[in-house]
Design a protein. Structure first.
Length: 448
């Protein structure tokens, strides 16, 4: 029995009969018609980070699609099957690479939701995931960590602990990912456009972005105002649900999405702006996340249609604020959920190239994930470190003085990898680079 209406068309007949020991139940299993789009050509293999790491077919997009098909045709969810699904970073590099247009993003999202509902994880795994999801999607809880984290860093305890090398892999990963904190006052609830108003935008402050990278939000607000936007920033926005939906916790994600839509529906705005890649990709999918909910389906689709990554909106509006020179060489890293999931690659580069005297360098193997992938680096610390080390080496090889990217997870992951390699490189969000140019702050403002 299907428990709800299908948001993405009628399911194939055989799917409706799934039950019992089959891997998937009838509530949104991976769709057989999408699986059938895969022609097994293998063009996606070399762009898949897990296939690149292990060379195992079952850890490639093609192999995972094969396993989904096995699950649809009666195979039960085994430890091994779940492990291959779990190992997928959800980076969507395979979606970019696939010449047949296979919608692997939809397939893995449906598969993950089934795994979360139907598979009994080991107690340690369950406890770790429960702890992660009791913390990360809650901005207030994350903000409470700022004080102890700042003390841990300022007293030199973090350096001592890192040097001791005594931490087990999980704690060592968390230790290395902890970002350097800056004190920034919270943004006001509304900021007026400078000069002629061109648009009104609602802005997501985000969980990790808001708690650990408030300077990125401040820069975002200043740029938007400088480019003629009124910015609406209601407090208490909560989580957008990205982390939950990307990890199969669909009900939780839907409840976060409803709350965010309600919060912003109290205001008038033309666009909804996001400066974190992972959040942007899930906000653009609210229409399908809430398609089964008659009270929200239409509102969610209308909301999604107005979502823009910051770089997309600035590109769409065109610049009005004068740019001042930033004589420096920067490397731009495509966050997977911006480049692969949203197809936003040209806009951030165009914005950076529009800054006088700034030189932009490309990073080798840009399609390969840095290993952050939401919480993947916490759940899989060793392969994540390997991917992070590769990315850091490619970044260093550009000779750039600054790494620019648009996702807090990538920043933390690359910073940890650079530190392991004994290297240091300044990092900034695209918003901070534009802000420094518009305010004529010079390159030194970005090298801290
Ligand atoms: S989403 Fe990334 S890790 Fe997963 S199969 Fe595709 S390329 Fe591989
Ligand atoms: S997912 Fe696309 S690229 Fe990969 S094997 Fe299937 S058809 Fe080929």
């Amino acid at each position: 029995m299907v428990d709800a209406t299908w948001g993405t068309g009628e399911p194939p007949r055989d799917v409706l009969s799934l039950s019992g020991s089959s891997a998937f139940d009838a509530s949104h299993p991976p769709r057989a018609d999408l699986i059938a789009d895969c022609v097994h050509c293998g063009f996606c293999l070399t762009t898949c980070p897990t296939y690149t790491l292990w060379g195992n077919e079952a850890d490639s997009p093609r192999g995972r699609i094969y396993l989904m098909n096995q699950g649809l045709t009666g195979e039960p969810l085994s430890d091994s099957m779940v492990s291959h699904f779990d190992k997928c970073l959800g980076c969507m590099s395979c979606v970019t690479a696939c010449p047949s247009g296979v919608q692997y993003d939809k397939l893995i999202e449906d598969t993950r939701a089934q795994v979360e509902r139907r598979f009994e994880r080991r107690p340690a795994d369950r406890a770790l995931r429960a702890a992660i999801f009791a913390l990360f999607p809650y901005p207030r809880r994350l903000r409470l960590l700022r004080g102890p984290l700042a003390a841990y860093q300022k007293t030199g305890l973090q350096r001592l602990v890192t040097r001791s090398g005594l931490l087990p892999p999980l704690l060592s990963t968390l230790n290395s990912l902890a970002p350097r904190l800056r004190r920034v006052p919270p943004p006001p609830r509304r900021v007026a456009a400078r000069g002629t108003r061109r648009a009104v935008v609602g802005m997501l402050t985000g969980c990790v972005q808001g708690a650990f990278f408030p300077e990125v939000n401040s820069a975002t607000v200043r740029i938007l105002a400088a480019e003629g936007c009124d910015v609406v920033i209601p407090p208490g926005q909560g989580c957008c649900g990205a982390l939950s939906v990307h990890n199969g916790r669909r009900l939780e994600a839907a409840s976060f999405a409803r709350r965010l839509i309600d919060t912003f529906s109290r205001f008038e705005w033309d666009y909804f702006v996001v400066n974190a890649a992972g959040c942007g990709s899930s906000l653009k999918e609210y229409g399908s996340l809430l398609a089964d909910d008659p009270a929200y389906a239409e509102r969610a689709a209308a909301f999604s249609a107005k979502v823009r990554d910051l770089s997309e909106l600035l590109d769409e509006l065109g610049p009005v604020a004068p740019r001042h020179p930033l004589p420096m060489t920067v490397a731009y890293h495509d966050a997977c959920h911006l480049g692969h999931a949203q197809g936003v690659r040209t806009q951030p580069r165009a914005l950076l190239r529009g800054i006088p005297e700034l030189t932009l360098r490309e990073i080798a193997d840009p399609e390969l994930c840095c290993g952050s992938a939401g919480i993947w680096n916490i759940l899989n610390p060793e392969p994540a470190a390997e991917l992070g080390d590769r990315k850091a080496a490619n970044i260093l090889a550009t000779g750039a003085a600054l790494l620019v990217t648009a996702n807090p997870g990538c920043m933390m992951q690359v910073a940890a990898a650079l530190e392991r390699q004994g290297a240091s490189l300044a990092m900034a969000h695209t918003a901070q680079v534009l802000d420094a140019s518009i305010r004529n702050l010079g390159p030194s403002s970005l090298s801290r």
